[in-house]
Design a protein around this ligand. Structure first.
Ligand SMILES: [Fe+2]
Length: 284
């Protein structure tokens, strides 16, 4: 295999291998590269759904095997109406987030594959939250060192995007009804590398000891700081057949807008977080 690091604080493209043919030892090497680079991009893999699920299982148990992230219905027609709940969920994904911070256990990572890409736009972006934490001012590190935030998908999607009642929605509304809302520290230590990572994103709506407005403004300030350095932000322009794996503990991600009259079909496998290390503090 050939490893081509991105010119960033994280990420690498991996060439000259075929994911379905990897042997156990090579899979172990890929796991170690994933910990090192946080994001691995494998061009030209064209994985089947079964091959994707099998590959994702190399990184842990799965929170869910496979979910389409798409504006294309089963019959090939395109969803582009603003009041369509799946379009609302796609728009929600365009804000920076870690996956499943709104669940009792935060996700460990994700495998993502591109099956149909629009002629322009629709990139996925990632930001390095180790580097973001390291570069915070000493006073901000001090300010947030003991703070935790509530992460709510019900708030980030239903209240902010006007999602319909989950009972009548076409979207499965996974994570809406979690109660209590998970509380997690703004600064987490990566269970496998020991690095400190800022853990924020679009689902934060409350921080104990602050008003909701103050909490949301602090989350936004931290996010703007994290994304302010080109060095730690990377947007990938998809080509059909690409596969990626990212570490959700140390990266946030976002999708980018595209012309929604064009189809975009991606498949997402979500890797389950460690039940202790990734548990919300009010679920331990
Ligand atoms: Fe996501």
């Amino acid at each position: 295999m050939r490893i081509e690091p991105l010119n960033k604080t994280f990420g690498a493209k991996i060439y000259e291998l075929s994911i379905p043919l990897l042997e156990a030892e090579e899979l172990k090497a890929i796991y170690d590269l994933w910990l090192q680079y946080c994001l691995l991009i494998f061009p030209n893999q064209n994985l089947t759904n079964e091959e994707q699920i099998k590959f994702a299982k190399n990184f842990g148990n799965l929170e869910f095997d496979l979910s389409p992230i798409s504006n294309v219905r089963g019959d090939g027609s395109i969803r582009d109406a603003n009041d369509d709940d799946i379009v609302k969920s796609l728009r929600g994904n365009m804000e920076w987030h870690h996956d499943s911070t709104y669940m009792p256990i935060q996700a460990k990572g994700a495998v993502f594959t591109a099956h149909l890409v629009p002629s322009s736009g629709g990139e996925t972006g990632w930001v390095d939250m180790r580097s973001a934490y390291n570069d915070l001012s000493p006073s901000m590190k001090e300010k947030i060192s003991g703070l935790s935030a509530y992460h709510s998908y019900e708030w980030s999607q239903k209240e902010r995007f006007g999602h319909k009642d989950p009972k009548v929605s076409e979207f499965n509304s996974y994570g809406f009804d979690i109660d209590p809302k998970p509380l997690r520290p703004l600064v987490k230590t990566h269970a496998e590398t020991g690095e400190k990572c800022l853990t924020i994103g679009r689902h934060i709506n409350k921080i104990p000891g602050m008003s909701d407005i103050e909490a949301q403004m602090l989350a936004r300030e931290l996010e703007e700081f994290a994304c302010s350095s080109e060095e730690r932000v990377f947007h990938h322009k998809w080509t059909e057949g690409d596969a990626v794996i990212w570490d959700n503990r140390c990266l946030m991600h976002q999708a980018c807008m595209w012309d929604l009259s064009e189809g975009r079909i991606m498949y997402h496998s979500r890797i389950e977080g460690d039940p202790i290390e990734e548990a919300a503090s009010n679920y331990l």
